[in-house]
Design a protein around this ligand. Structure first.
Ligand SMILES: *Cc1c(COP(=O)(O)O)cnc(C)c1O
Length: 425
């Protein structure tokens, strides 16, 4: 077994795990162990990454790739951002976990930073995106019963087809993706799925028991689906008219991904509440949050809701710096500019397999015709050419690089895409 080729920082590669002779395990060996021991609940590209920096990642063989996925948008700030690494390292040297039984000195600055950034008066910290969404569902229901006056047990939350909000039982209860649901029932009641982007259907579906409309302002997992321009303002107006909470799941669309602070900003719409996650972590340590103003957040009293790790000092320190870096380094404006550069280049693509290209900021969905044989072939080919990205559903190539991508890296990605399309048709 030969040792993996040297990398720009060989001492970091294959760290820790070795075979019987003390050599780092090869990619094939690592993959075999993963397959044998791990649950098969993902189907990753067979690239075993060991190091990252900015938009680049390196595999255990020393091959460099441009990261065109950014961990589904959790690494907007780029891999190993030095300021976030420093904040995390410093905090790790002092205190990592207190639990919320006690207070910690990192939570207040995090609250202040996130409230100032988002414009919401109140913050409830959790860890994963799904937990933030669960928090939103609980807040909406309790607001419905205690503030709006909906009869107990009757609250209804309206959602849209093509949604993705995580993998808990309640969240998959309102998914319309059969694979996400198959074998996992019985499901949580109280949700209604409506056609995404359809205001008339929404207006018809609202009843006195409707407490919230939960939506993604752009559907990421759904395939970078951008709703009609009048949709978000229309949802806002209907929610105002019927006293229904408009809750935006900005876990993937927020924090600069679309070239603005939040995707809702493009429509000039302010939801009543919001979920954030993914890039709130700076790509380092899971942090999510439910944001709202006083009337909604005050439905939670001591003991109503919580999480052992939610609001822990390590996560709070990391997230505070992650938000600052995003602003201080102009990453949101860069996402808008580089996204436009991408769009302009992709506009000139003329390949028969492409059905539609959808783009907002650094979020690009290239939808292929069914005859193209699925997006996976394309993501495999892109990987072989040095660009990592992931298909979403069957037929969409999703490109979502870190927001620190520069012009030459955009051009490289475009050139690589062109080569792939020229090769596969
Ligand atoms: C990823 C995602 C979630 C779930 O986040 P996890 O951290 O994976 O639980 C929820 N909503 C949206 C829009 C997402 O993209």
């Amino acid at each position: 077994m030969s040792r993996s080729k040297s990398t720009p920082s060989d001492s970091h590669s294959g760290a820790g795990i070795g075979n019987a002779t003390g050599h780092a395990l090869s990619a094939a060996e690592l993959i075999a162990i993963e397959q044998r021991i791990g649950a098969h609940n993902y189907k990753p590209l067979d690239v075993v990454i060991t190091r990252g920096e900015g938009c680049w990642v390196w595999d255990v063989e020393g091959t460099r790739y441009l990261d065109g996925l950014a961990a589904y948008g959790a690494v907007n700030q780029g891999h190993q951002h030095p300021r976030i690494v420093a904040a995390m390292t410093a905090q790790l040297g002092r205190m990592s976990l207190t639990s919320r039984a006690f207070r910690n000195d990192q939570l207040a600055p995090f609250y202040q930073e996130l409230s100032d950034f988002s414009g919401y008066t109140r913050v409830l910290p959790m860890n994963t995106g799904a937990e933030a969404v669960e928090t939103a569902l609980k807040a909406a229901r309790k607001w419905g019963y205690t503030v709006k006056g909906v009869p107990d047990g009757e609250a209804e939350i309206l959602v849209f087809d093509g949604n993705f909000a995580g993998r808990t039982i309640s969240i998959i209860s309102f998914s319309d993706d059969e694979q996400y649901r198959f074998g996992f029932g019985p499901f949580t009641p109280g949700f209604r799925i409506l056609p995404y982007g359809n205001l008339a259907a929404l207006e018809r579906a609202i009843t006195p028991n409707t407490v919230a409309v939960l939506l993604e302002p752009v559907q990421g997992e759904g395939g970078i689906i951008i709703p009609p321009a009048d949709f978000l303002p229309g949802v806002r107006a209907l929610c105002d008219q019927h006293r229904v909470l408009m809750i935006a799941d900005e876990i993937q669309s927020g924090l600069g991904r679309t070239g603005k602070r939040f995707a809702c900003d493009h429509a000039g719409v302010r939801p009543d509440a919001m979920t954030l996650g993914k890039a709130l972590s700076g790509g380092m340590y899971p942090v999510s949050a439910f944001l709202a103003d006083d009337e909604v957040m005050d439905v939670f009293g001591p003991g109503d809701h919580g999480s052992t790790f939610g609001g822990n000092p390590l996560g709070a320190a990391v997230a505070t710096e992650a938000i600052r870096v995003l602003q201080d380094e102009g990453m949101i404006d860069n996402a808008a500019a580089m996204g436009a550069r991408f769009a302009e280049a992709l506009d000139r693509f003329d390949f028969g397999s492409i059905r539609e290209v959808r783009q907002t900021g650094l979020w690009i969905g290239i939808e292929l015709w069914e005859q193209a044989g699925g997006a996976r072939r394309y993501t495999e080919d892109l990987r072989a050419r040095g660009v990592l990205c992931k298909e979403t559903h069957e037929h969409v190539i999703r490109i979502a690089p870190p927001l620190v991508i520069d012009e030459s890296q955009v051009d490289l990605t475009v050139d690589t895409l062109r080569a792939t399309f020229e090769s596969l048709g």
